[in-house]
Every structure is written in structure tokens, then in C-alpha cells.
Design a protein around this ligand. Structure first.
Ligand SMILES: [Fe+2]
Length: 234
């Protein structure tokens, strides 16, 4: 899917924008200090050697290539938007850049939640999150069974499974997303399962279901607990 996106970017560049070449190259680079301050890539929030079921190799590759690539691409896209003469730029150039900006922005955010969803120590959700899961799903097993089934259903494809708090709905929702741009508009993402092949193929090959089980066994609830508490305070 990443390659497909670069192809799309390249199509936009056919209008003369040099962005595509720059963005494609940037996507494979390590972080640069030239990136805007808001878009400095964060380090992995855990020791990649210590996550049960997922190798250091895939976690570091996922972080350094896919996540950092999205962060760098975001900075490059915004720089190109800033250079446009907004009064004369063709609509399709602006549409293309803003579409790619959205993809890169959400890729950055969702990957940060994904990495924050993993930890070495396992554990359980806080009492606040546990009681909300019980309220909205009946019990934790029902929530877990649905979340797992959604992940396995995306095997062989790509996308995200997200545990989201929606203020409008006033409840937790397991949300399906086919790509980085599909999110409930007011959703606060608490937990993120990345179902793009780059998240598991190196370790599991085509065995996407085994990866989902490994993810479920390596969940860290700390960030989800904080996110829900903050959302309910707001
Ligand atoms: Fe990913």
C-alpha cells in the first residue's frame, strides 16, 4: 500500500510538482533535524527486544521505515503546500497535496498510538477503562473477541482496527479502517492494531491471524487508560 501511495504522489507530480520525488525519497530516510518541530518523529516507547511475540527486527523496521517515513513525508508535503501560489494552483494539485497530507498526518498519529499500545509487561486496563468496556461491550471478552475478529478479517488486506472513544456516541467503539484516512470524526483513538502487511509479514509471513494473537498478548494499556481519562475529563 505504501508503494501505491507513492505511485499516487507521482501522478500528482506529473503536473510539474517536484514533490513526488522528494516525498518518495524522504519516506525512506531516517529523521532529519530539518523537519518542522511538530513533526519530529518520536522514538519507540519501549525496548524493541522486549515485546513478546514481535521481533526487534520488525518493530525497528516498522518504526524507522513506515512511521518515520510518514512523519518526514508530512513535513515535505506541507512545505510544498506552502510554496503553492494558492490563487493559481490547479485544483487537482491542491487536492492531491491535501489528500497526501491527510494520509501522512493520520499515519503519523495512528502509528504513535500503535507503538504506545505495545509493552513488555502486559497487564490490564485501568478500572475506569475496564468499567467502560464492560458498559459498552458487556464484558472484556466480548470486546476482545470482536477486536480480534476484526483484525483477523483484515488479514491479507490492510487497514487498522481501533478502539475509539466517541464523545458524540458517548461510548467506546471498535472501529474498522481500510486506510489511514478513515476515522470516526470525533473519535479519540485509545488502542490501534496495524493490519498493514509491513506490521507482521517479516515475522509471520501470511499468517495474519497469528500476528493479531501476538499483538493481543503484548498490549500495554497505559496510554489507552490516559487517553480515556483525558477524554472523559474534557
Ligand atoms: Fe504501519
Amino acid at each position: 500500500m505504501e508503494i501505491d501511495r507513492r505511485t499516487v504522489i507521482a501522478a500528482v507530480a506529473a503536473t510539474g510538482a517536484a514533490l513526488a520525488v522528494e516525498a518518495c525519497a524522504t519516506a525512506q530516510q531516517t529523521p532529519t533535524s530539518a523537519a518542522p518541530a511538530n513533526y519530529q518523529a518520536l522514538p519507540l516507547p519501549f525496548d524493541p527486544k522486549a515485546i513478546p511475540g514481535l521481533s526487534e527486527k520488525i518493530l525497528v523496521s516498522h518504526h524507522d521505515n513506515n512511521y518515520v517515513g510518514a512523519v518526514n513525508r508530512l513535513g515535505a508535503i506541507e512545505a510544498e503546500v506552502a510554496k503553492l501560489d494558492i490563487n493559481t494552483a490547479p485544483g487537482f494539485v491542491l487536492n492531491g497535496l491535501k489528500r497526501e497530507e491527510l494520509i501522512a498526518m493520520n499515519s503519523m498519529i495512528l502509528h504513535e498510538v500503535y507503538f504506545s499500545s505495545l509493552g513488555a509487561s502486559g497487564g490490564s486496563p485501568s478500572s475506569q477503562l475496564a468499567s467502560q468496556i464492560k458498559k459498552d461491550f458487556g464484558n472484556e471478552k466480548t470486546w476482545r473477541d470482536q477486536f480480534v475478529a476484526m483484525g483477523k478479517a483484515l488479514g491479507g488486506g490492510s487497514g487498522w482496527v481501533l478502539l475509539v472513544w466517541s464523545p458524540r456516541a458517548g461510548k467506546l467503539i471498535n472501529q474498522w479502517a481500510f486506510d489511514h484516512t478513515m476515522n470516526i470524526a470525533d473519535g479519540r483513538v485509545l488502542l490501534a492494531l496495524d493490519m498493514y502487511e509491513h506490521a507482521y509479514h517479516m515475522d509471520f509471513g501470511a499468517r495474519a491471524a497469528a500476528y493479531v494473537d501476538a499483538f493481543m498478548g503484548a498490549i500495554s494499556w497505559t496510554n489507552a487508560d490516559k487517553m480515556l481519562a483525558a477524554a472523559l475529563r474534557a
